[in-house]
Design a protein around this ligand. Structure first.
Ligand SMILES: C[S@@+](CC[C@H](N)C(=O)[O-])C[C@H]1O[C@@H](n2cnc3c(N)ncnc32)[C@H](O)[C@@H]1O
Length: 551
C-alpha cells in the first residue's frame, strides 16, 4: 500500500507546485529552454534543502532513532480503530530529527532546567529536549492519550535522559491548571498540540506565570504550510495560527521571531515590563530595584565577563575550584602555583571548558616571583581586575615545640606572601581605579580549631584578616575592594593525610552542618566578592564553615 505524500511545510508545498510546473513545461511545446532550466534549478534548490539539513544536523541518539522508527512503522489507524486512542493520529505528527535537534539546541542555549511540552505524541521532541537538560533537569510532557505514554515509556527507560521526563496524561489545559496551582515555573515551553487552543495555552501560561522571566516559548507549525499568510485560506487550523501569530506580534509582554524551519517554529521570549518598550500597560517604575543596576538583573551582576583574574595556589584544592568558578563566571584566569605541572594542568582544564587561561609558576613568598607573575599577566591581558590570594601552608606542632623555622615559613607564605601579592596587584588596581582582591583567610582566624595544634597557622590567618580590613578601608575610595573568605574544614587531599585522618570524626561532631566543606561550597563566595554585586563590601571576612565557629 503506497501512501501519497501530502506537502507538510511551505517548502514542500513550493516543491510540489514547482514540480508540477516543471512537468507541464517539459511536456508542453514552445516552452523556452531558459524557463525549463530555471524551473529545474528551483526544484533542485527546494528539494535539496531538507535533505541537506538532515545530513548536516548532528546525528540523533540511538533511543531517538528507535523512537522514530517505532513511530513511523506503527499502524496508528488500527490503534484508533481498536479504540486505544481517542483520535486517529497521523505518524507525521512526530517532531523529526532536525526539529528535535533544534529544540535540544534551544534548551542548551537558554540553559533551561525545566521544560514544559504541550502535546507529546510518541515523545520524540520530549526526549530530544531532555537530552539538552542538565542531569537534575525536568521536562513535564502533557499528552491527551494514555496510550502514547505507554508507547514512549519503554524507550524513555532505555535513555539515560528518560528519567527527566514526567508524562501527565489528560487534557493539557487541566494539567496547566494543576501546575499553576502548585506554583510551578518553566524556563522553556514547547506548544505542539491542538492548534485552535494555542492562544489559550499561551495566555494561560503568561497570565499564571508558568513561564519564568526571560523564559522562552517555542510554538510548532506556526507557518502552517504557508496558510497563515495566503489570502485564500479557509482551513480552520491555518486561520487559528494566523490569529495566534498576529496576537503574539501585538503582545507587549513578549518578543517574537518565526523561524522558517520545517513548518515554522515561533520563538517567543518573555521580556520584563521594564524592557517591553511597546507596552500597552502603564509601567512607570524606573528604579534600579525594578530595572536592575545598569539594567542588569542580579545574576547578571555577578557575571565576570571581560575581567582578568589570577588565583594563587590554584594547582589544586580550593584554588583550583576558585579558578574554575571565576572562569565559569566569564573571567580570563591566570592559574598560579609553585608547582608548574599542576598550574599547567589546571590551565588546560579551563581551556577545555572554553575559558581563556594561562599558567604561571610563582613562589608567592618571593617578591621577584610575584612581580614577574603580575608582569606576565599584564603583558598578556593588559589588566588585572581580580586578585585571589589563596596560596597558603599549614603545619602542626604544640606551641611549646613550635620552631622559629615553622613560624617563619608559615608567616612567609600565609601573611608575608599575601601582603606581597596584595601590594603588587593593588598597585596595578589603584592605577586602574578598579580592583577586587579576595584573600583566603581561615575559620582559624576566629576560633582555635582543635585538637590539632597549629599556632603559626592560626596566627598568620588572623593576620590575613587584619591585612584585609586595613587594605579594604585604605583603598576603597580609589576603587579597590579587599575582602577575604574564611573556609572551615575543607575536604581536600591534605586532610586525608595519615596524621589528620583520625581527626575527621572529631571535627564532624563540632560542625552543625554535620559534614566537611567541599571546595565547591566556596565557589559562589569568590564569584560574589569578585563581582560588581559586592561593590559595597570591603574589609569583610566571609566565613563559610557550616556553623562551626558558632558552636
Ligand atoms: C503534533 S503532536 C505532538 C508531537 C510531539 N511534540 C513530538 O515531539 O513528536 C500533537 C499531540 O498533542 C496531543 N493532544 C491533542 N490535543 C491535546 C490536548 N487537549 N491535551 C493534551 N494533548 C493533546 C495529541 O494526542 C498528539 O499526540
Amino acid at each position: 500500500m503506497s501512501s501519497v505524500h501530502v506537502p507538510d511545510t511551505p517548502v514542500e508545498v513550493v516543491l510540489d507546485l514547482l514540480t508540477k510546473a516543471k512537468d507541464i513545461a517539459t511536456t508542453c511545446e514552445n516552452v523556452p529552454e531558459e524557463l525549463k532550466s530555471y524551473l529545474q534549478k528551483a526544484v533542485d534548490i527546494t528539494s535539496g534543502l531538507d535533505d541537506y539539513l538532515e545530513r548536516m544536523t548532528t546525528k540523533e541518539s540511538e533511543p531517538l532513532a528507535e523512537l522514530f522508527k517505532k513511530t513511523v512503522s506503527h499502524d496508528w489507524d488500527q490503534v484508533h480503530k481498536e479504540g486505544k486512542t481517542l483520535f486517529c493520529l497521523p505518524k507525521e505528527c512526530i517532531t523529526g530529527h532536525v526539529e528535535g535537534q533544534t529544540l535540544k539546541m534551544l534548551v542548551h542555549m537558554s540553559r533551561a532546567r525545566r521544560v514544559l511540552e504541550i502535546g507529546m505524541f510518541t515523545g520524540y521532541g520530549a526526549l530530544s529536549m531532555a537530552e539538552g537538560l542538565p542531569e537534575d533537569g525536568c521536562l513535564v510532557a502533557c499528552e491527551l492519550e494514555p496510550y502514547l505514554k505507554e508507547f514512549a515509556q519503554p524507550i524513555f527507560n532505555k535513555s539515560p535522559h528518560g528519567k527527566k521526563i514526567i508524562v501527565k496524561t489528560g487534557s493539557a489545559m487541566d494539567t496547566l491548571r494543576e501546575l499553576a496551582a502548585t506554583g510551578e515555573q518553566f524556563d522553556m515551553v514547547f506548544i505542539d498540540a491542538d492548534k485552535n487552543n494555542y492562544i489559550n495555552y499561551y495566555n494561560f501560561i503568561l497570565d499564571n506565570n508558568l513561564l519564568r522571566l526571560h523564559g522562552v516559548i517555542c510554538v510548532d507549525n506556526s507557518l502552517y504550510k504557508a496558510k497563515v499568510y495566503l489570502t485564500d485560506t479557509t482551513d480552520s487550523n491555518g486561520l487559528a495560527l494566523r490569529d495566534f501569530n498576529q496576537f503574539i506580534a501585538n503582545d507587549p509582554r513578549v518578543e517574537q521571531v518565526i523561524v522558517p524551519l520545517r513548518d515554522g517554529i515561533s520563538l517567543i521570549r518573555r521580556v520584563s515590563a521594564a524592557t517591553s518598550g511597546s507596552s500597552n500597560k502603564q509601567c512607570d517604575i524606573t528604579d534600579e530595584v525594578f530595572c536592575g543596576v545598569k539594567g542588569r538583573a542580579i545574576l547578571d551582576r555577578m557575571r565576570l565577563d571581560g575581567k582578568v583574574a589570577y588565583v594563587t595556589g590554584a594547582g589544586q584544592g580550593i584554588g583550583r575550584a576558585f579558578a574554575h568558578a571565576l572562569g565559569e563566571a566569564g573571567a580570563k584566569v591566570a592559574v598560579v602555583d609553585l608547582d608548574q605541572v599542576k598550574a599547567q594542568r589546571v590551565a588546560e582544564e579551563l581551556l577545555l571548558k572554553g575559558i581563556n587561561s594561562m599558567a604561571v609558576t610563582a613562589d608567592i613568598s618571593k617578591s621577584e616571583d610575584v612581580q614577574k607573575m603580575i608582569d606576565s599577566i599584564m603583558s598578556k591581558w593588559g589588566a588585572i581586575h581580580i586578585a585571589c590570594n589563596n596560596a597558603g601552608i599549614n603545619m602542626n606542632s604544640a606551641s611549646e615545640d613550635t620552631s622559629l623555622e615553622e613560624w617563619d615559613q608559615t608567616f612567609s607564605v600565609n601573611l608575608r606572601g599575601t601582603f606581597i601579592c596584595c601590594q603588587a596587584a593593588g598597585r596595578v588596581m589603584l592605577k586602574q581605579g578598579y580592583g577586587k582582591i579576595v584573600n583566603t583567610a581561615s575559620m582559624a582566624s576566629l576560633i582555635v580549631p582543635h585538637p590539632q595544634k597549629q599556632l603559626s597557622y592560626n596566627t598568620s590567618k588572623a593576620g590575613v584578616v587584619k591585612l584585609t580590613q586595613t587594605l579594604g578601608t585604605e583603598w576603597i575610595d580609589r576603587g579597590v575592594r579587599v575582602n577575604c573568605i574564611s573556609p572551615g574544614i575543607v575536604d581536600t587531599p591534605l586532610i586525608h593525610s595519615e596524621s589528620l585522618r583520625p581527626l575527621v570524626q572529631r571535627w564532624l561532631s563540632d560542625i552543625p552542618a554535620g559534614k566537611l566543606a567541599q571546595v565547591t561550597d566556596l565557589q559562589a563566595a569568590v564569584v560574589y566578592l569578585a563581582s560588581d554585586a559586592s561593590d559595597y563590601m570591603t574589609g569583610h571576612n566571609l566565613v563559610i564553615e557550616g556553623g562551626q565557629s558558632l558552636w
